[in-house]
Design a protein around this ligand. Structure first.
Ligand code: SF4
Ligand code: SF4
Length: 244
């Protein structure tokens, strides 16, 4: 079964739309299998400015082939003049959707024009994924403002608190917690699960399990992502840009 996607090329994250038929111009093949299309072979310096960029990939063996396909994606060196691109997926299997979308999002990262736009898109995409995980799995299970780990304590802010300073034993609530919600978008905090959740629900978010973080950031940037607690998105993005 063939499935077609149209992907918006802006910073927004709700960007992948299933379509009935792609508007065919030239297609760039990311895997070995060929359907009945005419393909371009080179992903570097594509130079037909008016074409709608279309990529094709085969889902057979996508888990095994994912790294290989990603290496091809990393070779894309083209700024699209259109505000969208298309993807043809051969042998679509809904169980592989997460891998297909990881690869489609990686193509988009490569096509976004600036480093800031690329990082911003990755950042928002991963935050959205983590927010969904916490909501859908009801990970922290808040009741009367008390999370499952703090149910028996007089604490109504989950883990949004820290020692006042390095040399103090006084705990204060994070200044970004406003009206019971995080007013900034701290990726590091979103990745965090406390020891109760790790032990009892076996949930821990690791960078190597989140494809875009694992593939697009270097070791220093990964340390930044893992250690920038209580920090607004803009600051984290600046740190990532400085080390990218
Ligand atoms: S991660 Fe743990 S401490 Fe933090 S809000 Fe969730 S259950 Fe509470
Ligand atoms: S920055 Fe972190 S600790 Fe502060 S409110 Fe947001 S999630 Fe909570």
């Amino acid at each position: 079964m063939e499935v077609y996607y149209k992907v918006k090329l802006d910073k927004k994250i709700n960007d992948i739309e299933k379509i009935d038929k792609p508007n065919i111009s030239h297609i760039y093949l990311l895997t070995e299998t060929k359907g009945n299309y005419k393909y371009h072979s080179k992903l570097k310096n594509l130079n037909e400015d008016n074409e709608i960029l279309t990529f094709a990939l085969d889902c057979n063996n996508i888990v095994k082939e994912k790294d290989k396909i990603f290496r091809k994606i990393k070779n894309i060196n083209k700024k699209s003049l259109k505000n969208f691109f298309q993807v043809i997926v051969f042998n679509y299997n809904k169980n592989d959707k997460i891998h297909i979308f990881d690869l489609i999002k990686s193509i988009k990262v490569m096509l976004l024009p600036t480093k800031l736009e690329k990082y911003d898109y990755i950042y928002d995409t991963v935050c959205d994924y983590l927010d969904n995980e916490f909501v859908c799995k009801n990970i922290c299970d808040f009741k009367d403002d008390k999370c499952i780990a703090k149910r028996d304590f007089n604490c109504t802010c989950g883990c949004c608190r820290h020692f006042k300073s390095l040399f103090s034993n006084k705990i204060v609530q994070c200044k970004y917690l406003i009206n019971k919600r995080c007013s900034t978008k701290c990726l590091t905090c979103k990745m965090f699960t406390c020891s109760y959740i790790v032990k009892n629900k076996k949930i821990k978010f690791r960078i190597r399990d989140i494809f875009l973080l694992h593939k697009f950031f270097n070791p220093i940037q990964k340390i930044i992502i893992l250690t920038s607690y209580f920090t607004p998105k803009e600051k984290i993005l600046n740190r990532l840009l400085m080390c990218g």
